[in-house]
Ligand binder design. Structure first.
Ligand SMILES: NC(=O)c1ccc[n+]([C@@H]2O[C@H](COP(=O)([O-])OP(=O)(O)OC[C@H]3O[C@@H](n4cnc5c(N)ncnc54)[C@H](O)[C@@H]3O)[C@@H](O)[C@H]2O)c1
Length: 439
């Protein structure tokens, strides 16, 4: 345990087990990517932990180490992967199905990938309607299912000789639901697990199993999962870091780049129409109105929070914001997202901006999974517990303490993340004031 900064950070010794519910496009692109990088077949583009630097001290000091040299992160060769899915395909077969990465590349990592076979999932068709698969656990109660997951986790840890674990949800988007009575405390949640309360979603059973065993949990989907008092209580009680939700990748990532720019220059926005076509399994699941509603919530909230219409009614009060997602199989994972933005400037004169982002969803998501896994593990070794707001950078709907509005501006999020790392290591926080250069 080293203490040079504000917290003591345990070393990243031994293997870190990465537990992933949902082995689809994102999870396989992440795992295959890590294996490819390890073999020197590609670069970890898009990953802050692998490529990012951090400025320390004054601009005149010339200290900008790589983030991974500044804080102790687990090296890629020390990661082991364990997954659950409702389909029996191993990671190679699932990656071939997802059609994100080219077959010749996958051929070169086929050995480690084909060794990853998904454990039986905890699944409930009422929560994800468009898919059905055979690789599902059965149990007489949700508590029994949670215990089976805990057994999977212990067994995985033992078999892979891991010293630490992290869980990250890469499963489908569940139907929209709100916190109910069962989610109000650990006691009511545990009673609900025992009597099969229909308000407990499968993702919450995974999160419960993880938190019970002290395993940090990240939520890559917009699911409710840990956004309820019971999970926050459990995370605090067991000293476990959590974060979420919904990876900030394609269109919403663009929004959080542009909207702060409009606001910074006091430009008005009258309308923002966003539409997408995508043909992967995620797109198929999102065809279901219940799952789409969950996604729509995180996608819509971003502009409202960034533009602050209450503070700037003349610029943003009547903003019309719509988001559509259309399932279009020919495109597979290569999504196309269009944005039409109606802005206005000096004296109210209108202007338009059109964006056509031909993006690859999982190529954008995979490096975020890697960073979240490594940073959550760092958080745990640094003794941080509960919601990790400094990881907002990665999410469309950042979790915050109850009553606190989330920060969506990606540049503020990045500053917060880097300042947290500086704080951990006892370096001066950077405020960008800089008056001292002109004394
Ligand atoms: N790709 C992106 O850029 C992006 C961005 C933000 C959020 N997400 C979210 O990440 C998640 C994964 O995306 P994807 O493109 O890999 O989707 P995907 O459909 O390819 O993979 C999801 C997998 O989860 C499995 N699954 C569903 N319910 C499960 C359960 N209860 N237990 C275990 N497995 C389960 C499915 O069988 C499927 O294989 C989705 O919720 C998606 O909305 C993705």
């Amino acid at each position: 345990m080293s203490k040079q900064g504000n917290v003591a950070i345990a070393p990243a010794d031994g293997r870190l087990g990465v537990l992933i519910p949902g082995m689809g496009a994102v999870a396989t692109t992440f795992i295959a990517g890590v294996e490819a990088v390890k073999q020197g077949l590609g670069e970890p583009i898009g990953s802050l932990t692998q490529l990012g630097t951090i400025r320390l001290g004054k601009r005149t000091e010339g200290r900008t180490p790589l983030i991974k040299d500044f804080v102790p992160l687990t090296p890629l060769h020390c990661l082991s992967f364990g997954t659950w899915d409702i389909f029996e395909d191993n990671a190679l077969e699932a990656a071939l199905n997802a059609k994100v990465l080219d077959t010749p590349l996958l051929e070169q990592v086929k050995e480690p990938l084909s060794a990853i076979k998904p454990m039986k999932a905890v699944f409930d068709h009422d929560y994800v309607k468009r898919i059905t698969g055979p690789n599902v656990k059965s149990g007489s109660s949700k508590m029994e299912l949670a215990e089976a997951l805990m057994e999977d986790i212990r067994e995985f840890k033992r078999r892979n000789g891991c010293t630490r674990l992290v869980m990250i949800w890469c499963g489908s988007t569940e139907v929209f639901h709100k916190p109910g009575a069962v989610h109000q405390s650990v006691a009511s949640f545990e009673a609900g697990l025992g009597n099969n309360d229909p308000e407990i979603a499968p993702s919450q059973i995974y999160a419960y199993a993880a938190l019970k065993l002290g395993v940090p949990y990240a939520n890559g989907a917009p699911n409710l999962t840990t956004d309820v008092p019971a999970m926050l209580e459990l995370a605090r009680e067991n000293q476990v870091p959590i974060c979420g939700k919904d990876f900030k990748t394609g269109q919403t990532y663009m929004k959080t780049l542009l909207a702060p720019g409009f606001k910074a220059r006091m430009l008005g926005v009258r309308g923002w129409f966003s539409t997408n076509i995508l043909g992967n399994r995620d797109g198929e699941v999102l065809e279901d109105p219940g799952s789409f509603k969950t996604k729509e919530e995180t996608k819509l909230s971003v502009l409202e929070q960034i533009l602050q219409p209450d503070l700037y009614p003349r610029l943003y009060k009547d903003l019309y914001h719509a988001v559509r997602i259309n399932y279009y199989p020919p495109r597979g994972d290569a999504k196309e997202g269009w944005d039409n933005i109606d802005i206005f400037g000096w004296l109210g004169y209108p202007m338009q901006i059109k964006i056509d982002f031909l993006c690859r969803d999982s190529i954008l998501a995979a490096p975020l999974v890697l960073d979240l896994v490594l940073f959550l593990d760092l958080a745990q070794r640094a003794g941080l517990k509960g919601i990790q707001e400094w990881l907002s950078f990665y999410f469309k709907g950042p979790m915050t303490a109850p009553g606190l509005y989330p920060e969506h501006d990606i540049f503020i999020q990045l500053m917060k993340l880097k300042n947290t790392l500086r704080w951990m290591q006892g370096e001066d926080l950077i405020t960008h004031l800089g008056l001292e250069y002109y004394d």
